[in-house]
Design a protein around this ligand. Structure first.
Ligand code: CAA
Length: 433
C-alpha cells in the first residue's frame, strides 16, 4: 500500500424520520403474505417522510446532529457535497439550501452529485481526494451528505423497499470512524436500464430482476479488482457492508462473494450462514428499521454497526460496496476507529429511534400524497401543515412563486459560526414553536 496521508470518515450522523409504517401493515393492505416482506425481502419497518420533510430538511437535520454531537465548527468545512437521487430542482443543488441553513462559510465549495444510490459514494471519494491534497495545509474538512426519499408506486413490487432518511459524513485526516485503506480504486461503470426516475415522476421505475443482476455483477467486478490490487481475501475483512436496497440483498451479495472465494479455493472459510452472521448481519438492524434510503443506505449500515455492535469493533477492517443503478459500483475498505468514545452514542440513531411514531396504512397514504402535493407551484398557500405532524427543527412548507419555502426553528448553531443566512429571502426563521 502506498505511504500516503491518513484520510477517512471522521464523523457520521443519521437523521431518522419521525414516522414509520410496519411492513406487516403494508402487506395486509396489499393482500400479500407478510412473510414475503419480512422473510423474503428481510424488511421490518420503513421510515415515511412527514409531509414537511424533504431531502433538504433531512440533510440539514443529519448535518446539524453531526456538527453538534462531534463538536465540529462549521468554519472548518471547506467543501459540501450532497449525494441524492431525490433532487428537488433541475438547477439549484440541495447543497446550496443546506449551506445556507447550516451557516457554513462562504469560502466553501458546494454541489450535488447524482448517480442513483452511488451518489454519496461519488461525493465521498472526491472529498477524500480533496482532503488528501488540502486538509493538511488548511485544516479544512469536507462534509458529505446522503439524503433521499425512496418512493415507488403504491401497490408495486418496489413499495415494501421504500424508506427515507439522511446520513452526514465528515471527511478528513482524523478518520475517527473509518480510516480508508489506500489501495487502487475498484470501480465498475456500465450503462444499464435497471432503475430510474424520469424528472416528471415522484416515484421510481425499476426492472427488479435486472437491478438485482446488475448489482451482483458490479459487486463481482469491483471486489475482484480490489482483491487483485490488495490481495485481501474474505477472511481479512471482519465486516462486509453493502448497499442495502432491502436487507435480503445484503445476504445475496455476501453469498456471491462467498461463492467467489470458495471457487477460488482460498483459505478455509466457515459455512456461509456462520460467516454471514458474523460479518454482515450486525450492520443491518438500522436498514431493517428505516428501509432503503438510497444514497445513504451503505452508511446507515456503518452507523448501525458502530452504534450497536456487541463485539469490540475498534481497529477491525470493513469492506464496503456501494452500488448505484444506471450503473456505477465501487468497492473499498478501511479500518474502524480505535477509540469507540469518539463515535459511540454520537450518530443520533438511538435518539431518532426513540422519537418514532407508527402510522397506520391510511395515514401512510395521506403523508405520501401530502408530500407529493407540496412539490407543485402554489402549494404553500394551499397546504398548511398540521402542527401535530410537524417535524422538529426544520420544515418544508411548499412552493410559492416557484421558490421552495422553509421554516427553521431550534436548529442548534455553533455560536462562533458565521451569522445565520436564510437559504432564500422568503425563509421565515422561527425561534421557537
Ligand atoms: N414467504 C417467504 N418468502 C417469500 C414469500 C413468502 N410467502 N413469497 C415470496 N418470498 C420470497 C421469494 O422467494 C424471494 O426470495 P429470493 O429472492 O431469495 O428468491 C423474495 O421473497 C422476493 O420475492 P419476489 O422475487 O417474488 O419479489 P418481487 O418480484 O415481487 O419483488 C423486488 C422483489 C424485485 C426486489 C422488488 O421489491 C423491487 O423491485 N424492489 C426495488 C428494486 C431493488 O431494490 N433492486 C435491488 C437492486 S438495485 C439497487 O440496489 C439500487 C436501489 O437502491 C434501488
Amino acid at each position: 500500500m502506498p505511504d500516503t496521508q491518513k484520510i477517512g470518515i471522521d464523523a457520521v450522523a443519521v437523521h431518522v424520520p419521525k414516522y414509520f409504517i410496519d411492513l406487516k401493515t403494508l402487506a395486509f393492505a396489499n393482500q400479500v403474505d407478510p412473510d414475503k416482506y419480512t422473510i423474503g425481502l428481510g424488511c421490518r419497518r420503513m421510515a415515511v417522510a412527514a409531509p414537511d420533510e424533504d431531502p433538504v430538511t433531512m440533510a440539514v437535520r443529519a448535518a446539524t446532529t453531526l456538527l453538534k454531537n462531534y463538536s465540529i465548527n462549521p468554519r472548518d468545512i471547506g467543501m459540501l457535497i450532497v449525494g441524492s437521487e431525490s433532487g428537488v430542482d433541475g438547477a439549484k443543488p440541495i447543497a446550496s439550501y443546506v449551506h445556507g441553513m447550516l451557516g457554513l462559510p462562504s469560502c466553501c465549495r458546494s454541489f450535488d452529485t447524482k448517480h442513483a444510490c452511488y451518489s454519496a459514494t461519488a461525493g465521498l471519494r472526491m472529498a477524500s481526494d480533496w482532503c488528501a491534497v488540502r486538509s493538511a495545509s488548511t485544516g479544512k474538512k469536507a462534509l458529505v451528505i446522503a439524503t433521499d426519499v425512496a418512493r415507488y408506486s403504491v401497490g408495486s413490487a418496489g413499495e415494501p423497499t421504500q424508506g427515507a432518511g439522511a446520513v452526514a459524513l465528515l471527511i478528513g485526516p482524523d478518520a475517527r470512524v473509518l480510516e480508508f485503506d489506500l489501495y487502487p480504486e475498484a470501480v465498475h461503470t456500465e450503462e444499464v436500464m435497471d432503475f430510474w426516475r424520469p424528472s416528471y415522476r415522484s416515484t421510481a421505475l425499476v426492472d427488479g430482476d435486472a437491478s438485482i443482476n446488475s448489482y451482483l455483477d458490479s459487486l463481482v467486478h469491483t471486489y475482484s479488482l480490489y482483491q487483485k490490487a490488495s490481495d485481501l481475501d474474505i477472511n481479512r475483512y471482519d465486516h462486509l457492508l453493502f448497499h442495502v436496497p432491502f436487507p435480503k440483498m445484503a445476504y445475496k451479495a455476501f453469498s456471491r462473494l462467498y461463492e467467489l472465494e470458495v471457487s477460488q479455493r482460498r483459505n478455509g472459510v466457515a459455512p456461509l450462514k456462520q460467516e454471514y452472521a458474523a460479518r454482515t448481519e450486525p450492520s443491518l438492524w438500522a436498514n431493517r428499521e428505516l428501509g432503503n434510503i438510497y444514497s445513504g443506505s451503505l452508511y446507515l449500515s456503518l452507523a448501525g454497526l458502530i452504534e450497536r455492535s456487541t463485539d469490540p469493533i475498534s481497529g477491525k477492517r470493513a469492506g464496503l460496496f456501494s452500488y448505484g443503478s444506471g450503473s456505477c459500483g465501487e468497492y473499498f475498505s478501511g479500518r474502524l476507529g480505535t477509540d469507540p468514545q469518539a463515535w459511540k452514542g454520537r450518530t443520533g440513531i438511538e435518539e431518532g429511534m426513540k422519537r418514532r411514531v407508527e402510522l397506520d396504512y391510511r395515514k401512510y397514504l395521506e403523508f405520501r400524497w401530502a408530500g407529493e402535493r407540496l412539490a407543485y407551484e402554489g402549494s404553500y398557500f394551499e397546504e398548511l401543515i398540521d402542527p401535530a405532524v410537524r417535524s422538529d427543527g426544520i420544515a418544508f412548507l411548499g412552493i410559492r412563486d416557484h421558490q421552495r419555502i422553509y421554516a427553521t426553528y431550534n436548529v442548534s448553531r455553533d455560536r462562533d459560526s458565521e451569522p445565520a443566512k436564510p437559504a432564500q429571502r422568503e425563509v421565515p426563521v422561527f425561534n421557537s414553536l
